[in-house]
Design a protein around this ligand. Sequence first.
Ligand code: SDX
Length: 424
Amino acid sequence: MTDKNAKLSVGGKTIELPIFSGTEGPDVIDVRGLVAEGVFTYDPGFMSTAACESKITFIDGDNGILLHRGFPIEQLAESSDYLELCFLLLHGELPSKEESENFRATVQNHTMVHDQLTHFFNGFRRDAHPMAVMCGVVGALSAFYHDSMDFSDQDHREIAAFRLIAKMPTLAAMCYKYSLGQPFMYPRNNLNYAENFLHMMFSTPCGDYEINPVIARAMDRIFMLHADHEQNASTSTVRLAGSTGANPFACIASGIAALWGPAHGGANEAVLTMLEEIGDEAHIDTFIAKAKDKNDPFRLMGFGHRVYKNFDPRAKVMRQTCDEVLSVLGKQDDPLLKIAKRLEQIALEDQYFIDRKLYPNVDFYSGIILRAIGIPVSMFTVIFAMSRTIGWFAHWNEMVSGNYKIGRPRQLYTGYSKRDYPSK
Ligand code: SDX
């Protein structure tokens, strides 16, 4: 942080505000002193507001760069795996061989859920949206584990991390099985993280799902690409919920709720729905016109981003993974992939998208991969939530481990001034 100051003239008075510099990214103006001067900042949507200081993830939107504890996502996707990334996001450094073995073993020993938790599913309709179920059952985790509820204790926070990393795939697969009317499949401790998820999703008591290593590796890479992304809407929701001292499992459930929206994590599901609605390359121009029409609420799902004004680096890795998976499954002629690639090409050449710097984001290709693997569209955002749980928890942990205040934004009030209740 530096000793530079910004000068602001308000009501004929000049106010000096400190400017802080991070290791990367724009400087920030510390506006905390403004409330004493009787003014607020006004920034709906937090377009230019840094809500916190963090060391976990950095995004350079103009240059399409995403760093997790300084490591570029492309290098992590190539050389790491999701559990190593979980360790990195939580602890700030890559694990040693021994740390990695201990971390993986601990996760493996927490993959089962309390048997009472299975009863929560029965209250839902079989056709309930899996994200509705996840909001419920993940929130319900806060009703367990009374042996470790003192979250000022680092050990209690650590066991909560292990329980969430380990149990999210189990709960996600249970959502899918419940929707099918199939029995829940128990996790297998002889499988790695992605293999175990595929097993719990697609095996039945009558027979095991045959795990294709290319598919398992792609699944793990999808988990990595969704793991964390700075102060996005759902992570900010988790931080705000956590700033009240709420139970971390309940805070994660609030993140799931925020992620569900189609403008955020729900976009992967919306992309598939959009591609199926386009149906044929011949219809692409009509949908591009709709996306550009101010009077039409339709937006090109999977395109655009609040921070990236260049390619989302995750989308590039996702597109490469998409080609790998469809090729190994013999589905390289998938019509939806063809529509997606043609749509991307047309949009990237269109002045409307060029002027607004709208590029494919992480959600544009992920759904095509998941669908090819046999995962239903309704489960796409559940997989995003599973993956992002480590990011949510890492940010919650970073906040509660340090000095923090309860988040309480102010407002620009434009309602009635004081008026008296009419006498009878
Ligand atoms: C995720 O924050 C994160 O990091 C999120 C995420 C993560 O990992 O956590 O990266 C995951 O949520 C990715 C985004 C997934 N959502 C979508 O794909 C939905 C479609 N995208 C848009 O809804 C939109 O691009 C947002 C929500 C992603 C970003 O919205 P902004 O930053 O508020 O941008 P905006 O709405 O102000 O758009 C600027 C202009 C507008 O046009 P003008 O008013 O300037 O004429 O671009 C237009 C918008 O109409 N625009 C689009 C568009 N996205 C923006 N026009 C058509 N299609 C689109 N997809």
